[in-house]
Design a protein around this ligand. Structure first.
Ligand code: CP3
Length: 348
């Protein structure tokens, strides 16, 4: 097979090359909506075991691959996974979500953080990504991912999932220097982590700043955007050819600002019409998304119509079909299958 034939579809689209249909994958495609995942979770109840034992993480990453042959296979992990390597412990507690105990609230805690050394603290990531690459070959693209500084800081400072982000905003608006020191530390470690994922086999890396949409535009420019730029700049210095995707939930008010991060692809949530997102981002920016995950609770015909509508609005290049956020718990697996089959049948 020649080099160009060997490049998988998602990687081609992410580079802006001509493709005959949009590649398709789903955020959170490995996880609780799948019965095989729930069965495995019953056997291995600890999330950290499932994501840090390479055999389990590889198996879980491949569950959606075997079921639906998506064009992207994302490693099973979590945005919080690198935190212990910086000196911040976490767990994921059933029905409660992430727990960081003790939360990061003081200057002394921030001064004591370590810079991430992935070879030392995340050796399982190498095994996972290496195996995924050899497992899917050129049939699919292996995606790595990280959390962005604002969202990781939000978990570390709040100590858990938050509704209104009052603790981190309290810090932002009364001790901004301390928060900036923390965000800069996370940014530098996350850049190291992305480079490591790429060296281990990740072909595209998505950065999730899931909760940056909780910031006003001016605060996004102060507490999120500069750290996107800091991460992207460091990664592009050594790995200029690996496409980077940025996802923010609730990003309609800051869409143009997201382009200033330096990423190659903006992942668009569903509160924005895809045609408008294209118009606002310009033809040079590639896009991902943006179907409402709730559509997968609808009828087959409705799902098909919405997929085609999204693809048509996104235009015939530089679009990766995806949902506007992660697939929801309780989504019927047959509708996920229909989502993939419909997108894969499409031709421009
Ligand atoms: O996409 C994939 O298939 C890879 C798996 C993946 C997980 N977390 C596994 C997981 C990815 C990409 C993530 C990213 C992640 N983690 C984000 C960004 C994506 C987004 O949705 O905005 C965020 C904000 C987190 C933090 C986090 N971890 C949350 C909010 C939760 C869910 C809490 C809950 O119980 O509802 C987790 C735990 C987690 N990470 C689960 C999975 C499958 C569920 C727990 C379980 O399966 O036991």
């Amino acid at each position: 097979m020649s080099e160009s034939n060997g490049v998988p579809l998602l990687l081609k689209a992410a580079r802006g090359q001509k493709v005959d249909r949009p590649p398709v994958w789903m955020m959170r495609q490995a996880g609780r909506y799948m019965k095989v995942y729930r069965d495995l979770r019953d056997k291995y109840p600890s999330f950290r075991d499932r994501s840090e034992n390479p055999d389990l993480a590889i198996e879980i990453s491949l569950q959606p691959w075997r079921a639906f042959q998506p064009d992207g296979v994302i490693m099973f992990s979590d945005i919080l996974t690198p935190l212990p390597g910086m000196g911040i412990n976490f767990d994921i507690v059933e029905s409660k979500g992430p727990v960081i105990d003790p939360p990061i609230r003081t200057q002394a805690q921030i001064d004591n953080l370590r810079t991430l050394d992935p070879e030392e603290s995340l050796p399982f990531i190498k095994t996972i990504l290496n195996s995924l690459r050899s497992e899917v070959g050129n049939q699919s693209t292996v995606l790595g991912f990280v959390g962005a500084p604002w969202t990781l800081a939000a978990y570390a400072i709040e100590g858990k999932s938050s509704k209104n982000y009052s603790v981190i905003k309290g810090m932002a608006f009364s001790q901004p220097q301390m928060l900036h020191q923390f965000l800069a530390h996370i940014a530098d470690s996350i850049a190291i982590y992305i480079r490591y994922q790429i060296d281990c086999g990740a072909q595209v890396v998505q950065m999730f700043d899931s909760w940056a949409g909780e910031l006003s535009p001016q605060d996004y420019e102060t507490f999120a955007l500069p750290y996107h730029q800091r991460v992207v700049k460091q990664v592009k210095e050594t790995h200029p050819d690996t496409p980077l995707i940025l996802y923010i939930s609730g990003s309609a008010g800051i869409l143009e600002r997201m382009s200033q991060s330096g990423v190659d692809i903006v992942s668009v949530d569903w509160t924005l019409d895809m045609a408008e997102a294209r118009a606002r981002l310009g033809q040079d920016m590639k896009v991902q998304g943006n179907m409402d995950p709730g559509v997968l609770f609808g009828s087959k015909d409705f799902i098909r119509d919405r997929i085609l509508d999204t693809i048509n609005k996104a235009g015939d290049s530089g679009h990766i079909m995806n949902l506007g956020h992660g697939v929801l718990v309780g989504t019927p697996e047959e509708n996920v299958e229909h989502f993939f089959a419909t997108a894969k049948e499409f031709r421009y």
